[in-house]
Design a protein around this ligand. Sequence first.
Ligand SMILES: *Cc1c(COP(=O)(O)O)cnc(C)c1O
Length: 393
Amino acid sequence: MKDATRIIELGRDPEQQHGLVNPPLYRGSTVLFPSLAALREASAAPLRADRYYGRYGTPTTAALEQTVAALEGAEAGIAVCSGLAAIAIVLSALAEPGDEVLVVDCVYGPTRAFCERELSHRQVQVRYLSAAAGADEVRAALTPRTRLVFLESPGSLSFEMQDVPAIVALARQAGIVTVMDNTWATPLGFRAAAAGVDVVIHAATKYLVGHADAMLGVICTRASLYPSIKRTAVRFGQCPGAEEAQLGLRGLRTLAVRLERHARTAQTLMHWLAAQPEVVAIRSPAWPADPGHGRWQRDFTAASGLFAVQLGPLPEVALAVLVDGLAHFGLGFSWGGYESLVLPVELAGQRALGEPPPGPLLRFHAGLEAEEDLLADLAAGFARLRRARAARG
Ligand SMILES: *Cc1c(COP(=O)(O)O)cnc(C)c1O
């Protein structure tokens, strides 16, 4: 079965739900046991019990977890309250005092902050790999204390690609765990777990929910790593809201069609932007001239709608003239919803190894609007920018 079909059929069983197409939304804290013996048995092994307590999960969270895990090709899923919670839980579960973790230099800013503020307090040493790292660089960085490698490909804001298959193969040989933030591609663009990544993280807030109306994270992993990660989530008191889990499951059903459209519109916008004299470079692995394009073509099956453009030197007022007048591109954080977004990106102070890619960078999310309207909006924006520059001489 193709993913586009599986995503429709996974995680629901109409016969079990009175013929209704969708599984119900279970709200709940207390779960009742039919007998003392059943309560004792569940308490002895809560992670294996089919019912225990709301924080451990409900049939709604289980349906979401099973669906995302199956799409990834992973053995187990763990839903939590946000993408960042997923990251914090995985790193807390796997890195012990005295361990070293290798983190790519292009990770999502709050992941970097968690590593530097929280892991260092736990005596975990954080070392960085370059954003386009391959296996040789990881091999050279390994020490007997290296516990895990944290990848994000393409990288947040700057879109560099790592050589994920080669790093996975090396890590397996070396006995270290690979973790990857796979939010950009979704499981439909890159089946990271099937490619051998041990722990895959999705900020489901983005494309899986897909409508900018919920915060949600999903961790996909092997059966062997599941208990320690799940126990950590439970110990931290982390669980998704019932409604959010349901919105994630609902969003997933249309992910295949949405992603195709996001990616196609992004290509159209990138083509138009690349032809503007103010644009120095396009940053997206789906863009043929991008340095990561070869790895993306080799490893991924689809793109998504998020990319950035590097502009020539531009004063803040000129940037404001361009951005503030856009009618269809909202100015705000996050992405993956149905709507187009724009965000000026600040990379200063966000790189441990050398200089960040030059800016100013503008990040775009191509939404589901008609391409013609988005192109006209951009054309008007660049015309405003040129008029403003001409007026100031
Ligand atoms: C947004 C994002 C996160 C965090 O997700 P939240 O649900 O906002 O906490 C993590 N990783 C990447 C790559 C993201 O873009």
